[in-house]
Design a protein around this ligand. Structure first.
Ligand code: NAP
Length: 284
């Protein structure tokens, strides 16, 4: 069997189009939705990510500002700035790019963002809302993975077994919660899980979010399963690759996401969805 590709680029383009329509509708009511992105320090990858977030926003008509601060900014000053943005009705979404410089407590900084502006979905209130099935903001990566499942007609996962490999607060755990909310039976695996293959071979859906190449190989996949690859790694030639042995697994799986061109663009698109959602909620 050769798996069908879930094209993250194409789906992200569709999502951006939907966001652009919602932005236009809000603007017609006199509301300019706005995202503020905060970057502290000079981390090269963070500079690229934050620029993309602003460019993506502007492309859909969302207003976006990138605020850059020096690496020696004090945490107190950053918290003051977040408090001002929380109080600013013209700002609907606030995103603080991680990692922060080592002298800052990332948790305290994220908790300072008003939950109704937490478009990254990292605030404890957002995690709690997801846990109890209340409206909040969902972290963009697992939210994008759910959209990818939806795009291939998988919405209600009743009777399906999903295995999530990885349990980080920003990917693995919220992914598991979203799959559970969609009625899947969910198994969450991590570095201490013995015989990972014995579990993944039972899965109708496998989400790999580890950060190591070839965590999932063809012999670990049930024929026809859906495989979502969140990982971002470099192969021996320095090219971007995921956690999944793509060449092998695509011969067994029914559906598979590529890297690049899979979860990455969807993560970016879902930030726009959360931002327009934030603006719509406050202007209802
Ligand atoms: P993380 O915080 O490092 O978590 C990795 C998880 O993988 C941990 O739960 C760890 O287990 C588990 N793990 C490590 N080795 C394992 C093994 N051999 N078998 C099973 N589980 C294992 O990483 P993250 O932030 O969730 O990110 C995961 C990957 O996704 C990274 O490559 C990251 O770059 C990528 N990512 C991509 C996007 C995107 O937009 N495409 C967004 C976010 C992240 P323990 O908990 O036991 O340590």
């Amino acid at each position: 069997m050769t798996a069908q590709l879930i094209d993250g680029n194409a789906l992200a383009q569709q999502v951006r189009g939907e966001v652009a329509g919602r932005v236009a509708a809000l603007k017609a009511r006199g509301v300019q939705p706005h995202l503020t992105v905060i970057l502290v320090g000079e981390d090269p990858a963070s500079q690229v990510y934050t620029r993309s977030k602003v460019a993506d926003s502007e492309q859909t008509g969302l207003g976006a500002t990138l605020e850059r601060y020096p690496a020696d900014m004090t945490q107190a000053d950053l918290l003051d700035r977040i408090a001002a943005l929380n109080a600013d009705p013209a700002v609907h979404g606030i995103l603080v790019q991680l990692p922060l410089p080592p002298h800052m407590d990332s948790h305290a900084v994220i908790e300072a963002i008003a939950p109704h502006k937490d478009v990254d979905g990292f605030h404890v209130a957002s995690a709690g809302a997801l846990m109890v099935g209340q409206p909040g903001f969902r972290p963009c990566t697992p939210y994008g993975c759910m959209k990818m499942l939806e795009s291939i007609g998988i919405k209600d996962l009743k009777g399906k077994h999903a295995v999530v490999i990885g349990r980080s607060n920003i990917v693995g755990k919220p992914m598991a919660m979203m799959l559970l909310a969609a009625n899947a039976t969910v198994t969450v695996c991590h570095s201490g899980t013995p015989d990972l293959g014995a579990l993944t071979r039972q899965a109708d859906i496998v989400v790999a979010a580890v950060g190591k190449r070839n965590v999932l190989t063809a012999d670990m996949v049930k024929p026809g399963a859906v495989v979502i690859d969140v990982g971002m790694n470099r192969d021996d030639a320095g090219k971007l690759c995921g956690d999944v042995d793509f060449a092998g697994v695509k011969e067994v799986a029914g559906w598979i996401t590529p890297v690049p061109g899979g979860v990455g663009p969807m993560t970016r698109a879902m930030l726009l969805v959360n931002t327009i959602e934030a603006a719509e909620r406050t202007s209802r």
